[in-house]
Design a protein around this ligand. Structure first.
Ligand code: PLP
Length: 392
């Protein structure tokens, strides 16, 4: 049967990696020794105490039925306790916290809860693609906010045209940021909350990487720490990256009670929650967030970061030095677009990275490496890049 895809799919931006993906698959099929630094997914397994907890909770038949729409009360309480300890912010577990099927699901559904056709959504670029596609699915119009190095990869709020602001309903922000790895300062968050209040905007804060930091002194903020933020903010958190639980699909939304309730209303029409045993595992994970196997992940990424950043500098490239996330955002040498450099690395060095343009037009001129490989592979990647002679 021939059918035409819905317009909302037809208007999504084209997939820019198709050619590189094809080359990558061909290289792997040809048995070439590929080093994959493109994957934003922790390489280490989920810690054993978390896996063991699943076995225990899955054996309790009470977890086998439909989960509650509002999420497991024990998990909501554990999130509230953890949030208070980590950010000093009190959340009402009943009204201000909602477990979700990872943070992606919540991000993708949230615009359906608050946007109407004709509304504008302010979307950072380069950025995680679902902000834009979920806005389109809700019938809203994304307005892209460039994240530029000269602004520390923060959006320039003053540059948003007044006519756009008039129609804007929602603004997405994501710090620590994928792909640039930039973190938000308290000053920026204070400015953002005042801006949102002035222009009647809802803030959707994607906080998936707040726990992937390297040094205690660099602990990222929650936007909800800012006075008044709770009036206008919903924040999305994730178990995926801090606990190596990407496949488990567990996260939460928190913040303004009305925004959380609106998201819950959408979700109760779409899904039936996360397997209760996995929600209970979430309690175990949060209660164990200070265990050495979790804290050691930070040292591991820091060591890898230091190795990769020093190595890239030694071969003439200009990486940023991330303080959070496991991404290194690297400037392309003069004359290379992000796709040209990524193709060169794949063809000549058997290295996979992500071309920045795939995250938005302002990502061109950068490539993204992920720190999700062992140090020996990082060293090998640097040795291969050195042979290209990119050094000026
Ligand atoms: C910026 C950002 N937000 C959210 C997510 C989604 O994470 P999850 O759905 O696994 O919680 C990702 C995943 O890569 C991400 O990079």
């Amino acid at each position: 049967m021939a059918f035409e895809k819905a317009k909302r799919l037809q208007v999504l931006p084209p997939y820019l990696f198709a050619e590189i993906d094809r080359k990558k698959k061909a290289a792997i099929a040809a048995g070439r020794p590929i080093l994959n630094l493109g994957i934003g997914d922790p390489d280490r397994p989920t810690p054993q105490f978390i896996v063991d907890a699943l076995a225990k909770f899955a054996n309790d038949p009470k977890t086998h039925q439909y989960a509650l729409d509002e999420g497991d009360p024990g998990l909501r309480q554990a999130i509230a306790t953890w949030f208070k300890g980590r950010f000093g912010v009190e959340l009402d577990p009943k009204r201000e916290i909602l477990p979700t099927i990872g943070s992606k699901e919540a991000i993708a559904h949230f615009p359906l809860a608050v946007c109407n056709p004709g509304d504008v959504v302010l979307v950072p670029e380069p950025g995680y693609p679902p902000y834009r596609s979920s806005s389109i699915f809700a019938g809203a119009e994304p307005h892209l906010m460039p994240l530029l190095e000269k602004n520390n990869f923060l959006p320039d709020l003053a540059a948003i045209p007044a006519a756009v602001l008039k129609k804007a309903k929602l603004i997405f922000v994501n710090y620590p940021n994928n792909p640039t790895s930039a973190c938000a300062s308290r000053e920026f968050y204070v400015e953002l909350v005042a801006f949102a209040k002035k222009h009647d905007l809802i803030i959707a804060s994607d906080a998936a990487y707040t726990e992937v930091f390297y040094d205690e002194a660099d602990r990222p903020l929650s936007l909800l720490e800012i006075p008044g933020a709770r009036d206008v903010t919903i924040e999305f958190h994730s178990f995926s990256k801090p606990f190596n639980m990407t496949g488990w699909r567990l996260g939460w939304a928190c913040g303004n009670a009305d925004l959380v309730a609106a998201l819950q209303q959408i979700k109760s029409n779409v899904d039936s929650g996360v397997f209760t045993a996995i929600q209970r595992v979430g309690i175990t994970a949060l209660e164990g967030s200070d265990r050495p196997e979790i804290r050691d992940l930070r040292h591991m990424y820091k060591e890898r970061r230091d190795r990769l950043v020093a190595g890239l500098r030694s071969v003439g490239l200009e990486p940023n030095e991330p303080h959070a996330t496991f991404y290194v955002w690297v400037k392309c040498p003069a004359g290379y677009s992000s796709v040209a450099l990524a193709s060169l690395l794949l063809e000549k060095c058997d290295i996979v990275c992500t071309p920045g343009v795939g995250f938005g037009p302002s990502g061109d001129g950068y490539i993204r490496f992920a720190l999700t490989v062992e140090p020996a592979k990082i060293d090998e990647a640097i040795a291969r890049i050195a042979k290209l002679g990119l050094k000026k």
